[in-house]
Design a protein around this ligand. Structure first.
Ligand SMILES: Nc1ncnc2c1ncn2[C@@H]1O[C@H](COP(=O)(O)OP(=O)(O)OC[C@H]2O[C@@H]([n+]3cccc(C(=O)O)c3)[C@H](O)[C@@H]2O)[C@@H](O)[C@H]1O
Ligand SMILES: Nc1ncnc2c1ncn2[C@@H]1O[C@H](COP(=O)(O)OP(=O)(O)OP(=O)(O)O)[C@@H](O)[C@H]1O
Length: 554
């Protein structure tokens, strides 16, 4: 039995499906932790496969490859620290779903395997679909110390911790695959404190970092003593840090090191969208991106995010002017590209607009120009940008904010073309806030320049799609503060139209926004993915039917 333990929190960035690469990442972390004098290295949930692996884990060959990779890592522990790693663990019996397991490797062998018992089935999670639940966990013994393993959701319910303390656990260890949303830190610490209070035991929380499709993992691992947080790991960065533990009269305690503070609000959201963009592009095998830079706020913000993610030299900005593009837009787009330091081209779309208009003249005979002609310009831009993507081997970023995507204010196969949308989960009001924030501060890990990156006029002028003369967004939509508040009510809060009217909104406006929200589900299902930053994104978090005649009256 030992009275001291050095436990490394390995906050790693795996790539889903890259089993060999993830095993290497674990081995590297193990070597670093060995250098720090660690006795045990704790990795995030399902680190061998990367979280969330979705239906992939139901392929027997995949689950078995993960298990084998986990077993082969035991060799590292012969002459080094022990390892706690997460992997799917096939269960047999005709059920294609494996267990979501934590494997303790000690002295070159498997010392224990424990399964996750509470499988989350809400929000973005649907684990009962792909994993089978395990029994309530029993503690595992390491150097005479009983560790209580709570795999992610097992920390979010009282049952597993209660069982573990009854069975003699001395330290609770919680490997996590917990995605970012603005409220995540508070939620996680709240749950860990609750388990700590109920059991009197300290908690080690180790989370993944990096982007995976629409999810971004912020890390933010921590150690919690019954007296409060003892250690905080960095945000959004890979880190391997060894914490020192001592057995005292009142139980195990982590030596305090609170040198790191966690940021809140704008810096957090900024780093989330940057991390999501960087990892989507890089993990998909691309180095650089292209986007249409219109002189408006949305594309300017996307260019700044992409430059922070990939370096300005890897963000190609293209102005695609039409007859409606103002002098101001031309100047603003160029000034923005210069401020960020991105390559910048101009490709006028007028020749294509004339050619398409001529081609369609007979078919459109006798019909007045309408939104068709407006959308044609957007589609010509979309096609041009996809041609650049094909020829130059760069991904196209799309730029529709959450407010626009909510009401369908975007053109299918036009400005919705693209691989990834960094601001898909950012309401328009927040777009302005983030632009102001980034002009004042460059957050940690960002590759773009210091100082102002978005010219002031882009932030202060009224938003316009410039698809016809004198067009303003507010001709078709309520002012953004009104629109965003109604949308927040309908999407994040899921409150009734009645409740929105009681909040002070006009009934006809609230009903119209609800109608547009339901109506444009078909567009959102065809929209590119983008990083989740709110409590409810369009995607896994909010699953509404496309064909839907339900409308609620105030
Ligand atoms: N239920 C349904 N299921 C599947 N498809 C459905 C559908 N209803 C219509 N459609 C199809 O969708 C088409 C209509 O959609 P779409 O062609 O996109 O066009 P639509 O939604 O009619 O127009 C695009 C709107 O977005 C605005 N816009 C465009 C570009 C940029 C911006 C901006 O500020 O960022 C704003 C533009 O001013 C206009 O108000 C229909 O013609 C039909 O083909
Ligand atoms: N003249 C243009 N040159 C290049 N890209 C354009 C141009 N006009 C529109 N786009 C692209 O289409 C997207 C939709 O833009 P649009 O100007 O219609 O409305 P928006 O949502 O207000 O966006 P932004 O604020 O970037 O202007 C833009 O973000 C941009 O990527």
């Amino acid at each position: 039995m030992t009275d001291r333990l050095a436990i490394a929190l390995a906050q790693l960035n795996p790539t889903v499906g890259d089993v060999a690469g993830n095993a290497d990442r674990i081995a590297q972390a193990h070597a670093e932790a060995a250098g720090q004098g660690a006795d045990l290295v704790v990795c995030p949930e399902l680190i061998v496969t990367g979280y969330p692996p979705e239906d992939l884990v139901m392929r027997p060959a995949y689950a078995e490859a993960c298990r084998q990779a986990a077993l082969s890592l035991a060799a590292l522990t012969k002459d080094g620290p022990a390892l706690l790693i997460g992997t799917p663990w096939p269960g047999g019996g005709g059920d294609p779903r494996p267990f979501n397991a934590s494997v303790l490797l000690v002295d070159g062998a498997v010392a224990a395997v424990r399964y996750k018992s509470c499988l989350p089935n809400y929000g973005v999670f649907d684990e009962p679909r792909t994993f089978r639940p395990g029994p309530l966990p029993e503690p595992v013994e390491f150097r005479g110390v009983k560790l209580g393993l709570m795999i992610c959701e097992d920390m979010w319910k009282p049952g597993p911790a209660e069982r573990l303390v009854e069975a003699g656990a001395e330290i609770l260890v919680a490997p996590h695959g917990s995605p970012f949303r603005q409220t995540a830190h508070a939620e996680r610490v709240f749950q860990a404190e609750a388990r700590c209070r109920e059991t009197g035991l300290p908690v080690i929380f180790v989370n993944q970092v990096g982007g995976q499709d629409e999810l971004v993992f912020d890390g933010a691992s921590f150690a919690l003593n019954p007296g409060g947080i003892a250690y905080r790991a960095p945000l959004f960065e890979r880190s391997v840090a060894t914490t020192l533990w001592e057995r005292t009269e009142t139980g195990w305690h982590c030596e305090e090191d609170l040198s790191l503070e966690w940021e809140e609000d704008d810096p957090l959201v900024w780093r989330a969208v940057v991390t999501g963009t960087r990892d989507y592009v890089r993990k998909s095998g691309f180095e650089s991106v292209v986007l249409g830079l219109s002189g408006g706020i949305d594309s300017a913000l996307v260019a700044a995010i992409a430059a922070d993610a990939l370096g300005p030299e890897n963000v190609r900005c293209v102005m695609l002017p039409s007859r409606y593009t103002s002098e101001a837009s031309l100047k603003d787009a160029r000034a923005c590209a210069e401020a960020i330091g991105c390559p910048y081209d101009t490709i006028p779309i007028e020749p294509a607009v004339e050619a398409m208009t001529g081609m369609l003249a007979d078919s459109f005979l006798g019909r007045e120009p309408d939104v068709t002609e407006e959308n044609l310009q957007s589609r010509i831009r979309g096609t041009t940008l996809m041609a650049l993507s094909n020829k130059l081997g760069v991904l196209l970023l799309t730029t529709g904010n959450k407010s626009e995507m909510a009401v369908g204010y975007a053109t299918l196969y036009g400005d919705m073309n693209g691989a990834y949308n960094p601001i898909k989960d950012v309401y328009k009001q927040r777009v302005f806030e983030l632009a102001r924030y980034r002009n004042e501060e460059r957050p940690a890990g960002c590759l773009g320049p210091e100082g102002r990156v978005i010219p002031e006029r882009i932030i202060t002028k009224p938003p316009s799609a410039e698809l016809r003369h004198d067009q303003k967004d507010e001709d078709s939509l309520p002012p953004y503060p009104v629109l965003d508040d109604i949308l927040h009510g309908l999407v994040e809060e899921e409150i009734s139209v009645d409740a929105i009217v009681r909040r002070g909104h006009d009934r006809a406006v609230a009903e119209r926004i609800q109608h547009l929200l339901y109506l444009s589900e078909y567009k959102r299902r065809q929209a590119p993915p983008g990083p989740k930053v709110t409590s409810r994104n369009f995607g896994r978090d909010r699953r509404y039917p496309i064909v839907n005649r339900w409308r609620e009256k105030a």
